[in-house]
Design a protein around this ligand. Structure first.
Ligand SMILES: Cc1cc2nc3c(=O)[nH]c(=O)nc-3n(C[C@H](O)[C@H](O)[C@H](O)COP(=O)(O)OP(=O)(O)OC[C@H]3O[C@@H](n4cnc5c(N)ncnc54)[C@H](O)[C@@H]3O)c2cc1C
Length: 400
């Protein structure tokens, strides 16, 4: 069957076996569709802890047993160093290590028939009458009834969009003396030099001796590589007052905080998933939990209707508008992110803010939240966003 002339067919082809691709394969095999054939195309081994996911949710998820930690409260520290302990109010803040997720899902998938893996790079995906054809860098071609693509690169250069980046470097450090409070992660600590950007540290304590310490920015451009390390080391030495520690892991990441129009369903048989499908919350960069939600409903739809296409309630589009407004405030430096987040969490029950960031609030709750942000600055941003959306629409930029 394998070869250049004969093209092997699959029910589903998943391009990219990262967080979204593996999650989708997992949900498919746990569903009534578990007899369908799946090809997962991924060039990497996925055997390192290349990222750590933090996210909040109210209910258990399928990866509950492999969570490294979960917490009922988090801490937020403003620019002046004032700290607030935020009771999650029914939510839990959860930490999942990349390596635990990869190992768990790959082992689960091995228990099922009909999952094939290919170590290659997807180069092109073309729509066909009854499916889509994936062309590999190696020259191989495969056909899938549906092709799920998590490798599509978003265009983050369109001028009418807000295209901020969340970029960060993190160290997992181990200290001899117990230094961390394992029951209280620091979600955002703005009490570091802001240098005209939005900069913060977050700390995810793994135990009393070990923590992931992450130096994070929301801005338009990346820093020179060594600056992340300098700032992290400075924070560890000056604020944590630690000189004797071992760095056991490092991670670096860039997450788009963009309101570029994404296409989850670019053609009949191609579906973009994960970051490629626009599953990232533009206002926060959080992607993990929304990906799980989206993929569960996509598999649900496949089971029930035979089509993965899910329809969004048009009224939920307002959350994307809110995200654009926040991005405009940040991009135009109308008000500091540090003050916006500190005030939002101080003046609202934290659970309302978490629900809002998940797109789960009602209009009444949203009005209460809006009442706690600097109104004239946000109104100016609303005007600017409307003008940009009109310009984007006139220049045909609303669809990539
Ligand atoms: C270091 C880091 C930390 C993060 N922390 C958080 C967090 O705490 N909370 C949160 O919600 N989000 C977080 N994110 C954001 C987001 O959850 C992750 O980026 C997540 O991995 C996105 O899933 P994905 O499947 O879209 O992309 P990926 O997980 O990156 O998967 C894409 C896969 O496609 C493969 N690939 C690329 N090109 C090709 C090709 N041409 N052909 C075939 N395969 C290809 C890659 O090797 C990769 O395995 C983090 C991101 C990073 C980078």
């Amino acid at each position: 069957m394998w070869g250049f002339c004969l093209m092997k067919h699959y029910d589903y082809i998943i391009c990219g076996g990262g967080m979204a691709g593996l999650s989708l394969a997992y949900y498919l095999k746990k569903s009534r569709l578990n007899e369908k054939s799946i090809l997962i195309i991924e060039p990497k081994e996925k055997n390192t802890n290349d990222r750590t996911w933090a996210f909040w949710e109210k209910t258990p998820n399928p990866f509950e047993d492999i969570l490294f930690r979960k917490w009922d409260a988090v801490q937020l520290i403003d620019v002046e160093g004032n700290s607030q302990n935020l009771d999650m109010g029914g939510y839990q803040y959860k930490l999942l290590r990349g390596i635990d997720f990869y190992n768990f899902v790959i082992n689960e998938l091995k228990k099922y028939q009909g999952v094939e893996w290919l170590k290659d790079l997807t180069e092109r995906i073309n729509e066909d009458k009854e499916g889509a054809i994936v062309e590999m860098q190696s020259g191989l071609k495969f056909k899938g009834r549906y092709v799920f693509d998590s490798t599509y690169q978003l265009n983050l250069t369109l001028k009418h969009n807000h295209n901020l980046l969340q970029h960060f470097k993190g160290y997992v450090i181990h200290t001899e003396k117990p230094c961390f409070n394992p029951s209280l992660p620091v979600m955002m600590n703005f009490n570091i030099e802001q240098k005209g950007d939005c900069r913060f540290i977050y700390i995810l304590p793994l135990d009393e001796h070990t923590a992931l310490i992450e130096y994070t920015l929301f801005s338009e451009t990346l820093l020179p590589k060594e600056e992340y390390d300098t700032e992290l080391k400075k924070y560890i030495a000056e604020q944590l007052q630690l000189t004797n520690y071992k760095t056991i892991e490092k991670e670096f990441g860039i997450i788009p905080m963009s309101d570029v129009a994404t296409q989850e369903f670019p053609s009949e048989h191609v579906i973009r998933i994960g970051t490629s499908g626009g599953y990232t919350n533009a206002a926060t960069g959080y992607t993990f939990q929304n990906t799980q939600r989206k993929l569960k409903s996509l598999v649900d739809s496949l089971e029930k209707t035979g089509s993965p296409k899910t329809k969004e309630n048009w009224f939920n589009g307002r959350f994307r508008f809110y995200a654009s407004v926040l991005l405009n405030v940040l991009e135009q430096k109308r008000h500091t992110a540090a003050d916006i987040f500190a005030t939002l969490y101080r003046k609202n029950p934290p659970a309302r803010v978490f629900a809002f960031l998940d797109g789960d609030t009602n209009i009444w709750e949203e009005l209460k939240l809006m009442n706690t942000v600097p109104k004239t600055k946000f109104l100016a941003a609303v005007g600017a966003v409307i003008i940009r959306k009109i310009k984007a629409s006139l220049s045909g930029q609303l669809l990539p």
